[in-house]
Design a protein around this ligand. Structure first.
Ligand code: 3HC
Length: 291
């Protein structure tokens, strides 16, 4: 069931998160336009949508009619104007770089209808750092999904001081309509809830690895078998993207000058080699044979 007043959703960025968020929205019955500047990324996202829906039907997890409806609900485009022209709700899922996000939000503000809510799926950046690039700060908020977005139930909604209660409530409602379990943060805080906890775990794991205390495989095995996490921190970085971990550390280090926040030597090495995890076929682990 969709949320009253919201019929069309635009997702900007068809990468790691955006392609799956688009499918979550299409499966929930929204009309979805998913945009990306890269034709290759768009092509990959569209191919994923096709194969994912077919596989869900084959697995008996989705009725054929529902799959057909979801596929008809979603369109992929290279044009931001086309994606957001009629959108009631926009979810931005582009690179984790503040300046890029600010530029995009200024552009969205200029082309979206006045009622449109502009949500950011940023992993760490609070929306007040972006909202003032628009003339609708009350309609700009954080809506943070988790990877893989089709599977993970949590969505963090962050209500900064500029966000109206109507925007926060609608965003929670849109998340619920996608079958998610949203939590509301009543105050802005960098990294929100989960990524603050996860960053502490990742930093410690990288420190133990760089100190030669244990291999990354054994640190993962320890966290998986000792804490019951489905994936250890290295396996998880491969899933969420080593480039993301690197950019976030660098941005934080540049902002604060705190040496402790600098990316660890292993992270720098992986990043510069282009070993970014599943998306490049290799990260800490080899993913060449992954589907
Ligand atoms: N995309 C879509 N669906 C996927 C998927 C993917 N990449 N990977 C697995 N799935 C689905 C499978 O289709 C299957 O669905 P079904 O049970 O309905 O048939 C289900 O997930 C289980 O898959 P598998 O049996 O193949 O594998 P696992 O049981 O090992 O589960 C996992 C895979 C769900 C990824 C699990 O390992 C997990 O929960 N890992 C931890 C993920 C996590 O912590 N995510 C949060 C990261 S932090 C983050 O996202 C924040 C951001 O800001 C960086």
């Amino acid at each position: 069931m969709t949320t009253a007043g919201i019929e069309q959703i635009a997702v900007i960025g068809a990468g790691n998160m955006g392609h799956q968020i688009s499918l979550c929205a299409a499966l929930a019955g929204y009309r979805v336009r998913c945009a990306d500047v890269s034709p290759q990324v768009l092509q990959k996202a569209e191919a994923f949508a096709d194969s994912y829906l077919v596989e869900r039907v084959a697995k008996g997890k989705l009725a054929e009619e529902a799959a057909k409806r979801a596929r008809a609900n979603i369109a992929f485009t290279a044009s931001i104007e086309e994606a957001v022209g009629d959108a009631d709700f926009v979810i931005e899922a582009i690179l984790e770089k503040l300046e890029l996000k600010r530029e995009l939000f200024a552009q969205l503000d200029a082309i979206c209808p006045p009622h449109t809510i502009l949500a950011t799926n940023s992993s760490y950046i609070v929306s007040s750092k972006i909202a003032d690039a628009t003339k609708r700060a009350d309609k700009v908020c954080n809506m943070h999904f988790f990877n893989p977005a089709l599977v993970m139930k949590l969505v963090e909604v962050v209500r900064g001081p500029h966000v109206s209660s109507a925007t926060a409530e609608t965003t929670m409602e849109v998340a619920r309509s996608m079958g998610k379990t949203p939590v509301l943060l009543k105050k802005e805080i960098y990294g929100f809830l989960v990524n603050r906890v996860l960053t502490a775990i990742k930093q410690e794991a990288l420190y133990l690895h760089d100190m030669g205390v244990a291999s990354f495989e054994d640190i993962d095995a320890a966290v998986e078998n000792g804490l019951g996490h489905p994936m250890g921190p290295f396996r998880l970085m491969d899933l969420t993207g080593i480039d993301l971990s690197y950019h976030v550390s660098m941005e934080r280090y540049r902002e604060t000058g705190d040496m402790a926040l600098k990316p660890s030597p292993t992270l720098v090495e992986k990043y510069t080699r282009g070993e970014w995890g599943r998306k490049t076929g290799k990260g800490f682990y080899d993913h060449a044979k992954d589907k």
